[in-house]
Design a protein. Structure first.
Length: 398
């Protein structure tokens, strides 16, 4: 059994209905992966990797008491083949490359109610996806590059999108980046040709005193044989029959530094990154800005979409949820960490383990880190108005 069968099992609905599920936009409800091969570009791959790499650091938490067996499995990982870091990295990469990403449930038998038993989730990359109707319900019909198809009820899947405009369900493709990628390709070719030309020499000379074309060809062939077909290179030797010898110099066009930077900035702007993030130089406010603009929207969309696919409306109303969060305090400078640690600990806002987490330290054993400390000059005022200072007993604030 392969990965396809392990995720989808045996298909229960072969065609998932004979007609498309109607959408408001009037377009055929289908998604096709774009073959622009953006990921083959070095600058695009670096930009996409920067976002996916930070997204993979998100901490996935399961909240609530619904579906305890599924929660136990998800705490160990999203499925038996990936860690949460690998799952989030690939999901973020697919979303940036296709502007539409799908998460499907991993099924294993049936539960006590006779329904499909969900044991995990998996990010898939179909070459095509259509929305069709079966038994009054919309189904997502996935077609993969190997030709296999699978049908999953839409409410049991999660759909993440970017640049969603014309289609009610799916995002637009990345054709808007084509002009910039053409410039990147032309610039790379120009640099390549410039390097090749700089390693070669070309000369022009006038060959005189030859009246017959046969003699001219014979002399040219003889010159090539003596100078250009030897081993190990050497020096060009021009006999007296050649005059007006000149070296030909070609100057290939290469964009200026400013133009190259503008091209790079266009790619970075499209994917919402910058040089500091790509080179791992961003911390403090710079990293917080990147988190708010790129990582947080991804984490919110992931949390909402996956929560809805795994939990019923009743379970969601009772607080069941999957959340992907990050401790942004870890990305501060050491000086900023120290200031936050002192301020939060002195006022009893954070306990010792929470402070240690900022510094990437393990929790203290035996629950010692759960204690809160507070400076003696601070007063604790209860809801009844009583005041307590230091180790004193509460007294009436009046």
């Amino acid at each position: 059994m392969g990965l396809f069968e392990a995720i989808f099992g045996k298909p229960k609905v072969q065609s998932a209905g004979q007609k498309f599920w109607e959408l408001l936009d009037g377009y055929t409800p289908s998604f096709t992966s774009w073959g622009g091969e953006l990921y083959e570009s070095e600058i695009v791959r670096a930009a996409v990797h920067a976002t996916a790499n930070h997204a993979s650091k998100l901490d996935v938490k399961i909240i609530g008491s619904a579906k305890p067996e599924l929660q136990t499995r998800l705490r160990q990982g999203p499925n038996e083949w990936q860690t949460w870091g690998q799952f989030l990295y690939r999901l973020s990469t697919i979303l940036d490359m296709q502007n539409t990403a799908f998460v499907v449930p991993v099924l294993e038998g049936v539960d006590a109610d006779g329904k499909d038993k969900v044991v995990g989730i998996f990010p898939v990359l179909p070459s095509n996806c259509e929305v069709k109707q079966y038994a009054g319900q919309p189904f997502l019909v996935y077609t993969f590059q190997n030709g296999k198809t699978a049908s999953v009820e839409m409410k049991k899947c999660a759909i993440l999108t970017k640049f969603q405009y014309k289609n009610d369900l799916f995002g637009e493709d990345n054709r808007a980046l084509n002009p910039t990628m053409d410039l990147v390709s032309i610039q790379n070719q120009g640099i390549k040709e410039a390097v090749k030309n700089s390693a070669s020499f070309r000369f022009m000379a006038r060959l005189s005193n030859f009246a017959k074309s046969e003699d001219l060809k014979k002399e040219r062939d003889n010159f090539s044989k003596e100078n250009l077909q030897g081993e190990g290179g050497g020096i060009l030797l021009f006999p007296k029959t050649y005059d007006n010898i000149q070296q030909l110099k070609s100057t290939p066009f290469v964009a200026s530094t400013e133009e190259m930077e503008r091209i790079r900035t266009s790619v970075f702007d499209y994917f919402g990154v910058n040089e500091e993030v790509i080179q791992n130089k961003a911390y403090g406010d710079a990293w917080n800005a990147f988190y708010e603009g790129r990582i947080k929207p991804f984490s919110i969309q992931f949390s909402d979409a996956v929560s809805r696919m795994l939990f019923s409306e009743n379970e969601l109303a009772r607080g069941a949820k999957i959340m992907a969060t990050a401790n942004r305090l870890q990305y501060m400078s050491n000086t900023e960490k120290l200031n936050v640690s002192q301020g939060m600990a002195d006022r009893g806002i954070m306990n010792r383990d929470e402070i240690r987490e900022i510094w990437n330290l393990d929790p203290l054993p035996d629950g010692m880190g759960q204690a809160y400390t507070i400076r003696g000059e601070y007063y604790l005022i209860g809801q009844d108005g009583q005041v307590k200072k230091g180790g004193e007993e509460p007294t009436n604030g009046k």
